[in-house]
Design a protein around this ligand. Structure first.
Ligand SMILES: NC(=O)c1ccc[n+]([C@@H]2O[C@H](COP(=O)([O-])OP(=O)(O)OC[C@H]3O[C@@H](n4cnc5c(N)ncnc54)[C@H](OP(=O)(O)O)[C@@H]3O)[C@@H](O)[C@H]2O)c1
Length: 243
């Protein structure tokens, strides 16, 4: 199957490698290879003969500019896909994305989903939980030398490699016309994740529960945890940290 993977960051690079290893004809496209979803430059060429497009781009900022980013880039990608005869558009989104309208970035990602649903091409949305790789950066936003401050937000994070497995399955299957949720095997609160992470690193700083600290402070209740039909991934956070 000819598949174009748009975005070659953490997810896109692993996805392209996996799909290629499984015998698919993969084209990658991103800013650094001269394809700009904001202007459309290089897009028609990148989508030539593609059966399926997987959108794993990301906005350079998480603020209100991310809304314009996803509006423009998804519009350009859907229009180019239609011109190229693409038969399946896949996007990577976030579990609970429509439950956190107080965050610009989540509104932007919800808009991305809405545009895909209203677009001309059969589609699939894979909603993943927070990536394990994202946990340490999250902690660093609210850390100093003496402590790490984190809210007790319920999360069920997952390894990016498991996100890639789910995306590869969806990209090579029939369009879902809906959403597949994927999540890690274990539920935590973010302060627990902080303690597990620090312990694995031999870092003796305490984790202080602070319900005002960082991006996830804006999340209400268990908005970011998966529903009962989610596909649960095999990799446990402690094993991944120690791997
Ligand atoms: N982090 C999480 O926990 C999480 C959880 C669920 C879902 N997600 C979603 O996963 C998706 C992928 O995340 P990621 O971590 O793999 O992203 P990433 O590593 O930041 O990579 C983003 C990619 O987007 C490309 N890009 C940015 N602007 C572009 C433009 N104007 N035109 C073409 N390409 C452009 C970048 O190109 P260059 O490399 O060439 O600059 C890069 O390859 C995101 O949409 C995010 O919302 C993330």
């Amino acid at each position: 199957m000819k598949i174009t993977v748009v975005g070659t960051g953490l997810i896109g690079s692993q996805l392209a490698t996996k799909l290629t290893a499984h015998g698919h004809d993969v084209t990658t496209a991103s800013l650094s290879s001269g394809v700009d979803l904001l202007t459309g430059a290089g897009l028609d060429k990148a989508l030539t003969d593609a059966h399926t497009v997987v959108n794993v781009t990301n906005s350079p900022t998480f603020d209100e500019q991310s809304i314009a980013f996803f509006r423009t880039t998804v519009g350009n990608l859907l229009a180019a896909g239609e011109r190229a005869g693409v038969r399946h558009q896949v996007a990577l989104s976030i579990v609970g994305v429509d439950q956190v309208p107080q965050l610009d970035y989540y509104r932007a990602k919800a808009l991305q989903e809405e545009l895909l649903r209203g677009g001309p091409t059969p589609y699939s949305i894979v909603r993943a939980t927070q990536f394990f790789e994202f946990m340490e950066p999250t902690m660093s936003w609210t850390s100093d030398e003496s402590a790490v401050r984190l809210p007790a937000t319920p999360l069920q994070p997952m390894a990016s490699a498991d996100v890639v497995d789910a995306l590869a399955d969806v990209a090579t299957g029939a369009p879902l016309g809906g959403i597949l949720e994927v999540a890690g095997p274990d539920a935590f609160t973010l302060d627990e994740i902080g303690r597990i992470t620090l312990a694995a690193r031999g870092d003796e700083r305490p984790v202080v529960v602070d319900d005002q600290a960082g991006l996830f402070a804006a999340v209400e209740g268990d908005a970011l945890t998966p529903g009962p039909d989610a596909r649960l991934a095999p990799t446990h956070y402690r094993d991944w940290l120690n791997g």
